[in-house]
Design a protein around this ligand. Structure first.
Ligand code: PLP
Length: 473
């Protein structure tokens, strides 16, 4: 007890009260302020303790209501600890199944348990509808024309204001609007590297990033990545000493699929190493606004010191993937970035840019994000509990800190591809681990998502995946 951090001590005491039946299943815990007074700790410490208990399946947060005691059945699987060894740069060529799986799992008949996109219940559809109507009504001229790069100025203004939350300050002139984050990253790569160049990425890596690298004919260098803390400065340093890396793409806040948030100390150290080797950072911060606990983490770019970096994000995970809007923010190469965007597809849809600018200017976005983060934290625990209950013995999962991906490591004998096809034949969509590697790793892994309400149907689906996995052992 003595060596525990303060929030762990508070969590331990609350858990004891739950185990002793002082707080019973379904009961609401005293408010955060009251707990902070009772334990004589800060509100931040109480929130951290409550999040720990949420992760252990002891508590559930309900938006705008408080924390409630869950049914005490604890089936949480152990956390993934291992990370694979460093490989050498690889040409990406195994990504052809991604579109097939994406199409198959978006079929209405398929229960989609793997796709990392917010369920329509978690998208502010009625508010957006209002803003789209307003955009058409108030801007008839603008919506009927191209909104050439860098993009709609009021949108760039509101994006630059919102990026202050991530600790980064850009003028609207330093922002290029794109068709989503994937295009943003692709454009940055095309500006800083050429075919056959080596791009350092986390491992496992978001498969869309591997596709960008594949489409540009570049090579991916998969960095050994800790599932809890991310890429370590020492690993990055030795990789940059050994290989002629031209850019490093990192997703330090809520990496997809591992869900970790890299510490500020490591963000700083990683940037120093990039600066020493003169390698630009391309940061993909698409999950930065979705921490499952605490405040929004600072972007890694916030710690950059007179070095080249590109910050990319979009609203696909926070608002809706249907609005194909993302952005690049950079102090350098702005003309090149705008020109590359223009060459790719002339412009991003004007009406989407105008409607989004309206929506992001309201407080409604902040409330929406707050609610979503609470749902995703609760859902993550429920998905992990179902995995612990129904999946083969020895299955491990990540314990995401941001975003909604859950990475599942099955026993070695189970093939994620075989599992994913067997699931599809039963109308269940999951994503096999191999997609997240350029070198055929993670064959015993799958990605699940917690971005949908965890209904009995979803639990039944997870049980079926577990049964199929058990039949493949
Ligand atoms: C890490 C990451 N980057 C980029 C994307 C693609 O984003 P967008 O839809 O904005 O192109 C995704 C979508 O899954 C993602 O997880």
């Amino acid at each position: 007890m003595q060596n525990q951090l303060l929030y762990q001590q508070v969590a331990h005491k609350i858990e004891e009260s739950i185990n002793l039946g002082i707080y019973r299943s379904g009961e609401k815990l005293p408010g955060v302020r009251r707990l902070s007074d009772d334990f004589r700790v800060s509100i931040g410490t109480v929130l951290e303790a409550l999040y720990q208990l949420q992760n252990k399946g002891k508590l559930e947060a309900r938006p705008r209501s408080g924390y409630y005691v869950c049914e005490q059945s604890n089936h949480l699987p152990e956390a993934i600890r291992s990370s694979p060894q460093q490989t050498q740069p690889k040409t990406v060529s195994n990504q052809s199944t991604a579109l097939f799986l994406a199409q198959a799992s978006s079929n209405a008949k398929v229960l989609n348990l793997g796709a990392a996109l917010p369920h329509s219940d978690y998208q502010p559809i009625s508010t957006l509808t209002r803003h789209f109507r307003g955009a058409l009504r108030d801007n008839p001229k603008a919506v009927s024309s191209y909104e050439f790069p860098p993009g709609f100025l009021p949108l760039r203004k509101v994006v630059s204001a919102r990026m202050l939350n991530a600790g980064i300050r850009f003028n609207p002139e330093q922002i290029t609007i794109t068709n989503g984050c994937q295009e943003a990253v692709t454009i940055c790569l095309s500006v800083v590297a050429k075919p056959a160049d080596v791009i350092a990425v986390e491992s496992p890596a978001y498969y869309g990033l591997l596709q960008c690298i594949e489409s540009l004919g570049m090579q991916a260098l998969e960095l050994k990545t800790d599932p809890v803390t991310g890429v370590s400065p020492a690993i990055l340093d030795s990789a940059l000493k050994r290989w002629p890396v031209k850019a490093c793409v990192l997703s330090a806040n809520g990496n997809n699929p591992l869900g970790y948030i890299t510490s500020e100390e490591n963000k700083r150290e990683l940037l120093k190493i990039l600066k020493t080797h003169d390698v630009p950072l391309i940061e993909d911060d698409i999950y930065g606004d979705l921490p499952l606990t605490g405040t929004r983490p600072k972007a890694m770019s916030a710690f950059a010191e007179r070095q080249r970096f590109f910050y990319c994000s979009s609203v696909s995970k926070t608002i809706s993937p249907a609005i194909r809007i993302g952005w690049i923010a950079s102090y350098t190469n702005n003309e090149e970035l705008n020109h590359a965007k223009f060459l790719r597809n002339i412009a991003t849809a004007s009406i989407d840019q105008i409607a989004l600018a309206r929506y992001l200017s309201t407080k409604s976005y902040d409330r929406h994000i707050e609610t979503c983060c609470i749902h995703y934290a609760n859902n993550a625990t429920k998905v992990r509990q179902a995995v612990g209950k129904y999946f083969p013995t020895g299955t491990r999962t990540t314990h995401p800190q941001a975003g909604f991906a859950i990475w599942v490591q099955l026993p070695r004998t189970i093939d994620g591809d075989a599992l994913s096809y067997a699931c599809l034949s039963k109308n269940i969509g999951i994503f096999p681990g191999k997609l997240f590697s350029a070198s055929g790793r993670y064959s015993n892994c799958i990605r699940l998502s917690c971005a949908q309400p965890i209904t009995s149907n979803v639990i039944e689906g997870l049980k079926n995946v577990g049964n199929i996995a058990n039949s493949l052992t």
